[in-house]
Design a protein around this ligand. Structure first.
Ligand code: PLP
Ligand code: PMP
Length: 481
């Protein structure tokens, strides 16, 4: 990329909350800048000496670079070790003495550098002053972003069916989500424009929304993925109404090849790193010429949720606000987690090795989705259940035609949902009720949906659970078994 030719981001002072605007550098963290002076003896920060960290070595067993990755795999896992003073010894850029110590809210410089390089490789944002900061996962990123851009009484825009935690993060802040209608590709730009253009502050009881919260890839719960044209249209509507975008994209790397019913697994040659990366749909960040996107990435779905590490990418102004908040709240991700990820991602796999892992994951998820789709085609009553095959992520969103229920006139959709849900549990399977994912929980349930996932169960159990779900639906709807 040619940094010189990229524009600077816009400023967002007019959208930031009083809380975000009034943050000042943490006094404690600010002292750290003097430590780079050669020969300086610090009697400043209250940092415990690493001599008193009762950890001298960290050893992890991980798949070999390039795979095979399967566990158990024919190739033994490799051991990777971090010592206490590897930096001083010159054996690694990171060690226990440094990463187990206090750090900055941005996370360790070492891991942040890897993350920033990775972001440039995958998204190459089209403005000059972008940056990343390490986070403790997307859940926290959204929490912090809402505090940065909203105030009590605000409404933000979102998919009409959306991630339940997002609704529940916003609600206690006094922030509600305006549901935007969706189709098989998710958010509809025409509807987004219509809601914004016709905004009536008095009727809505809130000022015109300044933020869109969107999950563009393998959306939770619908599995919908916005194609490139859709993303450009949504971006243009946000520019038109000066709306800032929260891009929550934990399923970005779980983009799969097209599904063909009845097609067996193919033994294709492994794609090159370049062709894998080129096959990924451009993110909002990649088309963000204004710097109006706060992109939230997460290692949860591609490495491990328990690490509690993710990252955000945005313009320098927003990254600075985020860092100032992190300095006085999370203080960044756990140093123990950061060292584990750094040893795997930088010292062992490198950028290419991580891409190999992502290629492996894609294939695994394609196999699981194939099992799920074949089970649905064979075992669900098609006269009442319908779906769109997801192109990304881990969710399948199943629509049940409630009008086909013999007592449809007398029973509410919520009552039917309860019957199918409890019936499914009685038959020995758990699916998630669609109503949990309503962006606006105060409005009555307008359709009957259930969310299933092919991420968790074994392929054999996926098929069995769908069979049980089918039995429960047939029972509730009085269909022949
Ligand atoms: N955002 C969405 C849309 C999700 O579906 C999830 C988890 O399923 C998260 C955020 C949480 O991610 P993290 O583990 O990074 O907090
Ligand atoms: N708990 C937490 C804290 C999460 O972040 C997630 C993932 N979003 C889950 C549970 C699983 O939630 P879901 O069933 O929506 O994937």
């Amino acid at each position: 990329s040619n940094l010189g030719s990229k524009p600077q981001s816009k400023r967002w002072d007019h959208l930031l909350s009083p809380e975000a605007l009034s943050r000042h550098p943490s006094s404690v963290k600010s002292a750290a800048k003097y430590l780079s002076q050669p020969g300086l003896i610090s009697l400043g920060g209250g940092l415990p000496s690493s001599n008193y960290f009762p950890f001298s070595q960290l050893t992890i067993s991980v798949p070999p670079k390039g795979g095979p990755f399967a566990d158990p795999s024919p190739t033994p896992h490799t051991t990777v070790t971090a010592g206490k003073n590897d930096q001083a010894n010159g054996t690694s850029l990171a060690d226990i003495a440094t990463l187990f110590q206090y750090g900055q809210g941005t996370g360790s410089a070492q891991l942040l550098r890897w993350i920033t390089e990775h972001t440039e490789l995958v998204h190459d944002p089209p403005y000059a002053d972008w940056g990343c900061t390490t986070t403790i996962g997307a859940t926290s990123s959204l929490d912090m972003a809402l505090r940065m851009f909203t105030q009590r009484g605000d409404m933000i825009l979102g998919e009409e069916w959306t991630f339940a935690s997002a609704v529940e993060t916003a609600a206690p802040m006094g922030v509600r989500i305006v549901p935007i209608p969706m189709d098989a590709q998710g958010l509809l730009p025409v509807e987004l424009d219509r809601v914004l253009a016709g905004w009536d502050e008095r009727a809505r009881g809130a000022r015109k929304p300044r933020v869109l919260y969107t999950v563009p890839t393998g959306q939770n719960p619908t599995g919908a993925t916005q194609l490139p044209t859709r993303r450009r249209e949504v971006y243009r509507v946000c520019q038109k109404h000066d709306v800032y975008i929260f891009e929550d994209d934990p399923y970005y790397y779980l983009q799969m090849d097209g599904y063909v019913p009845g097609m067996a697994a193919t033994e294709e040659a492994k794609p090159s790193h370049e062709s894998f990366l080129a096959s990924l749909i451009p993110s909002f960040l990649r088309i963000d010429t204004d710097g109006r996107v706060l992109r939230m990435d997460s290692f949860s779905k591609v490495l491990t949720p328990g690490a509690r590490i993710g990252w955000v990418t945005a313009s320098a102004q927003i990254i600075e606000r985020y860092k100032l908040h992190a300095d006085v709240s999370t203080q960044g991700a756990s140093g123990i987690s950061q060292l584990v990820l750094f040893k795997l991602l930088e010292d062992h796999w490198g950028h290419g090795g991580f891409v190999d892992w992502l290629i492996y994951l894609r294939k695994e998820y394609e196999g699981r989705r194939r099992t799920m789709m074949a089970a649905c085609e064979a075992l669900l009553p098609r006269e009442v259940v319908s779906w769109t095959v997801p192109d990304a992520g881990m969710f399948l969103w199943l629509k049940i035609d409630h009008t086909k229920h013999p007592g449809a006139g007398e029973k509410s959709i919520a009552e039917l949902e309860e019957e199918v849900f409890l019936g499914t549990i009685r038959h020995g399977a758990l699916v998630m009720r669609g109503s949990l994912f309503q962006a606006d929980r105060d409005s009555p349930l307008g359709a009957l949906f259930f969310r299933t996932t092919f991420a968790a169960a074994s392929e054999e159990n996926i098929r069995e659970a769908i069979r049980r779900f089918g039995e429960a639906i047939r029972e509730v709807f009085g269909l022949e078994v």
